[in-house]
Design a protein around this ligand. Structure first.
Ligand code: ASP
Ligand code: MG
Length: 431
């Protein structure tokens, strides 16, 4: 008997019909002789709607105890509804909140991190022959006894953490597309489905805007050497295997899964959630960058790209440009403006009209010419590059926001990633 953890995203359980469809699928897995633990997200766009509600009520929608209480209600609805649907099919199921399932976190509301997973009640439910349904995205801080959330998209992390703690045989992540694609099929309809991707590449894709998997879930799966199967709840097709490439035990089966030669390019990710800050005329003395980033650190800003340009006409000053998440823009700008004299810059420019495009592929390590093809594709499409950064297996650029989709398609085509037909997007609003 295998233990299977299945996670269903919001678009898979968007309405009563969706919940019944998913229930049927879970029951089939159970009837095939498996123990099943299910992690479920809030129905459809519930989390966004609850956030909208919060903003209508108060202008302070920063993460807090109460906001977490509000948001976790979304998953509580779907877990109970799904459990009811399964029970009505004559199969026993029991739902559990994150805290009941033993998801113990630190106390950071809105972005809590797991510190311990103690799924005694899940073990007990399985021992009684029940299917356990767990609310994703939530946990509890032991010190305060308060309910926390793991950050947007956190149900994936719940699933992987449970799969690791329960020593599950498989962790299946169900969504509204057939797997991990070479680009977001909503932007590139001819994107192709990947059969496998290494967790190293998946980390880069997730960190650079691909929403198919939560970044932390990929990190977690990699650390615990857990294989993920990303697939659609709307079709029976095999999805994409996300394989930890650092696995010590390469069994013959695992060897079959890992492609002998790594593909040059796995995919193109994009991100519209970044903003750009430029500080003009920063006095060019040792310590001025440290001062800028020290201030940003004080207000917990997560920086992404950073570029410093020495101004050619005035050698005593420089421009510093960096990107950060849009939702951290206000506090970053405020802190820097407060310290304008101290830092010594003449002007601060802020824009959210940027997009980030990232080309990801483990094969880049061993091949030359990738950058040339990449920049040539952008230039032929008439796309201006504002910033560039790279890692061993990634090249990223910042473009104008309104050029981003075009840029993604141009690069995707330049690396021959287009499929014959169009990818199916089964559900979801892409919100
Ligand atoms: N419902 C939460 C969200 O929309 C968690 C999740 O879907 O994973 O972010
Ligand atoms: Mg969701």
């Amino acid at each position: 008997m295998s233990l299977i953890v299945q996670k269903f995203g919001g678009s898979s359980v968007a309405d009563a019909d969706g919940i019944k469809r998913v229930a049927k699928r879970i029951v089939d897995t159970r009837k095939a002789g498996n123990d099943v633990v299910v992690v479920v997200s809030a129905m459809g766009d519930t989390t966004d709607e609850l956030l909208d509600l919060a903003t209508e009520i108060t202008s302070d929608s920063s993460p807090s105890r109460e906001l977490d209480m509000l948001l976790t209600a979304g998953e509580r609805i779907s877990m109970a509804a799904l459990s009811m649907a399964i029970n009505s099919l004559g199969v026993k199921a029991k739902s559990f909140t994150g805290s009941q399932a033993g998801m113990i976190t630190d106390g950071v509301h809105g972005a809590a991190r797991l510190v311990e997973v103690t799924p005694q009640r899940i073990h007990a439910a399985l021992a009684e022959g029940d299917i356990a349904i767990v609310a994703g995205f939530q946990g509890m801080n032991r010190q305060t006894g308060d309910i926390t959330t793991l950050g947007r998209g956190g149900s994936d992390t719940t699933a992987v953490a449970l799969a690791a703690a329960l020593n599950a045989d498989v962790c299946e992540i169900y969504s509204d597309v057939d797997g991990v694609f070479s680009a977001d099929p909503r932007v590139v309809p001819t994107a192709h489905k990947l059969e496998t991707i290494t967790s190293e590449e998946m980390l880069e894709m997730a960190a650079n805007g691909s929403k198919i998997l939560h970044l932390r879930c990929v990190e977690y799966a990699r650390r615990f050497n857990l294989k993920l199967h990303v697939r659609s709840s709307f079709s029976e097709l095999e999805g994409t295997l996300v394989i930890p490439e650092n696995s010590k035990e390469l069994t013959p089966n695992r060897l079959k899964e890992i492609p002998l030669e790594q593909p040059l390019i796995s995919g193109v990710a994009h991100d519209r959630s970044q903003a750009k800050v430029t500080l003009i005329g920063v006095v060019d003395t040792p310590g001025s960058a440290a001062k800028v980033f020290g201030l940003l650190n004080e207000v917990n800003v997560n920086l992404d790209m950073i570029v410093q340009n020495v101004s050619t006409d005035r050698p005593d000053v420089t421009d510093i440009t960096f990107t950060l998440p849009q939702d951290q823009g206000a506090k970053a700008v405020k802190r820097l403006e407060q310290a304008q004299e101290e830092v010594g810059f003449t002007e601060l420019r802020y824009t959210e009209e940027i997009g980030k495009l990232s080309l990801v592929g483990a094969g880049m390590k061993a091949h030359s010419g990738v950058s040339f093809t990449f920049f040539e594709a952008l230039s032929q499409a008439g796309i201006n590059v504002q910033m560039i950064s790279t890692s061993e297996i990634r090249i990223s650029v910042i473009t104008d926001l309104d050029k981003l989709d075009e840029a993604v398609r141009a690069v995707h085509t330049a690396f021959n990633l287009d499929a014959e037909g169009e990818a199916t997007v089964y559900g979801g609003t892409g919100r």
